[in-house]
Design a protein around this ligand. Structure first.
Ligand SMILES: Nc1ncnc2c1ncn2[C@@H]1O[C@H](COP(=O)(O)OP(=O)(O)O)[C@@H](O)[C@H]1O
Ligand SMILES: [Mg+2]
Length: 294
């Protein structure tokens, strides 16, 4: 049925200090399967072992116990890594290169031929919305722009699996929304996305499944829709409801024994923020037009 593209079995990592004495059990017997084509959210507070897991998947660290396989291959092998795109927690990009030069540099590392490189660079710069800044040096980029060029860099080898470590860290809600939309776009293209985050709001509306890690241990795993559904609870929504109707409905449910409560409908703070910014942008634009015509 679902093809496993990342297999993690009993994966354990213990760090030792310089003297080999004090140990940190960063990851403790992790078992996990990531399926082809899904967006998998790897959640946990700071220090819970997310980046350690990513480093093990890339072969940058060796496990103390257990193993991981990427497309059935050992982490760190060329066969595995050529199919992976990786956005590190902190992107180390060359500040004096512009967007085109940055992608060209990484394209060369993957030995992509010149014409194909140029084609991919154009597509990626357009996709991450940096067309207007393609000739600008990265040192002038905002955090959001830097994150977006980092994402383009992670995609230069047209990977099957995209690993993103805290892709929205340091971004405002608009930058966050843009990255989330790009992740949804990657899923539509059939790519598998494994994203780490300590922000719950990041993963809620883009991930198919999530795992929650705490102090190196897997605490919860499942489909977002199922984890967030309150079993057996139904919400009714109504507008401009009269007091009489409201009382009747409440009584009906009370008599049935199924009544829990009534509350005013609310939207998420993210929705509100984006709405306010969009409306202000629109009114600023129309004020500008009015100013010009007068
Ligand atoms: N190179 C290292 N040496 C020693 N301890 C480390 C090292 N890297 C991470 N740790 C520790 O391992 C734990 C997990 O870290 P990390 O995987 O970076 O967590 P997360 O990405 O979830 O914030 C933390 O307690 C961290 O301090
Ligand atoms: Mg981390």
């Amino acid at each position: 049925m679902s093809e496993t593209v990342i297999e993690i079995r009993d994966l354990t990592k213990e760090y030792r200090d310089f003297w080999g004495k004090r140990k940190v059990l960063a990851l403790d017997g992790l078992n996990l399967d990531v399926y082809r084509g899904e967006v998998f959210g790897f959640l946990g507070p700071n220090g819970s072992g997310k980046t350690t897991t990513v480093k093990l998947l890339l072969g940058l660290l060796f496990p103390t116990r257990g193993h991981a396989k990427v497309l059935g291959k050992d982490p760190g092998s060329v066969e595995a890594n050529q199919h992976i795109g990786f956005l590190p927690e902190e992107s180390y990009l060359y500040r004096f290169l512009d967007a085109e030069e940055t992608l060209d540099f990484y394209g060369r590392l993957f030995k992509i031929k010149s014409a194909e490189r140029k084609r991919r660079i154009d597509i990626l710069i357009d996709k991450v919305g940096l067309d207007h800044a393609r000739k600008r040096q990265l040192k002038e980029y905002s955090k959001g722009m830097a994150r977006r060029i980092g994402l383009a860099q992670a995609l230069i080898n047209d990977p099957d699996i995209v690993i993103l470590d805290e892709p929205t860290s340091g971004l405002d809600p608009i930058g966050t929304r843009e990255i989330k939309d790009l992740i949804i776009e990657l899923k539509k293209q059939g790519k598998t996305v494994f994203m780490c985050s300590h922000l719950l709001a990041d993963v809620e509306d883009v991930c198919d499944r999530i795992a929650i890690l705490f102090q190196g241990k897997l605490e919860v795993m499942g489909k977002v829709s199922e984890l967030l559904t309150e079993q057996g609870v139904v919400n009714f929504k109504a507008q401009n409801v009269s007091a009489g109707v409201r009382d009747n409905v409440t009584k009906l449910l009370e008599n049935d024994g199924s009544y829990i409560g009534t509350e005013k409908a609310s939207r998420s703070l993210e929705d509100l923020f984006l709405k306010v910014v969009r409306e202000s942008t629109a009114s600023a634009a129309s004020a500008g037009e009015a100013g010009e015509s007068s």
